[in-house]
Design a binder for this molecule. Sequence first.
Ligand code: FES
Length: 277
Amino acid sequence: MYKIARKKVLNPTVTQMEIVAPLVAAKAKPGQFIILRVDEDGERIPLTVAGCNQEDGTVKIIFQIVGATTAKLNQKEEGEYIQDFVGPLGVATHTEGIKKVCIIGGGVGCAIAMPVAQEFHRLGADVTSIIGFRNKDLLICEDEFREASNKLVVMSDDGSYGRHGNVTVPLKEMLEAGEKFDLIITIGPVIMMKFVVATAKPFGIPVTVSMNPIMIDGTGMCGGCRLTLNQDGKKVTKFACVDGPDFNGYEVDFDEAMSRGRMYSDFERHAYGEACN
Ligand code: FES
């Protein structure tokens, strides 16, 4: 069992928890994830590591309350326990040789992008961050991004905070003004990542996307997290849990990923209703 050391509500639908898991805290790197179960009968859900505290052996996770399991997790309080907390899983974000990077986060994806920005900052890279939210109430991690970034642009879809519009607007402006990033890393809704890739393509800048498909075992055995990549004209199947979650954005079949992401939405809505009643 794993103790919830601290809990903080970041906005009405997003919660941060720090879980006592010293073995995971000692090894996890930005970009990696854990799989947890809230209780014995619970489903396994992947959550990206948002930070580690070596001193007290805690691992920070940030989750959006979108379904039955995250609703149950959110009902837990400080001092209570969750059943399983397995990790670190997946491949850490590649940072070698990157001197100038643009990190683009959308919604709760900013919780995953934030430790990546912090890692590049720690390594001495020039970090530009663009973070986007639907509105001011959903803003998270702004202070952390400000601290880790040489330049930060905050966007909101409705104009209630920062600039009005989506994250591709400032990205396009920067690229048209001649900004030369070694790499763009984008984390958030699949549709947002698809459009970030389309915006960057004419400028020939590499884009890494962080895919977060449905996962079950997290070990490459079940095939639940499979993605199709287009590599040199060939379709190649990869598993986000062991080959990712980071992939070359120019290779990912985003339309297939979005369609697979919707496969269980009816079932999930039903389970969420039960968990909340
Ligand atoms: Fe089962 Fe990736 S979660 S193969």
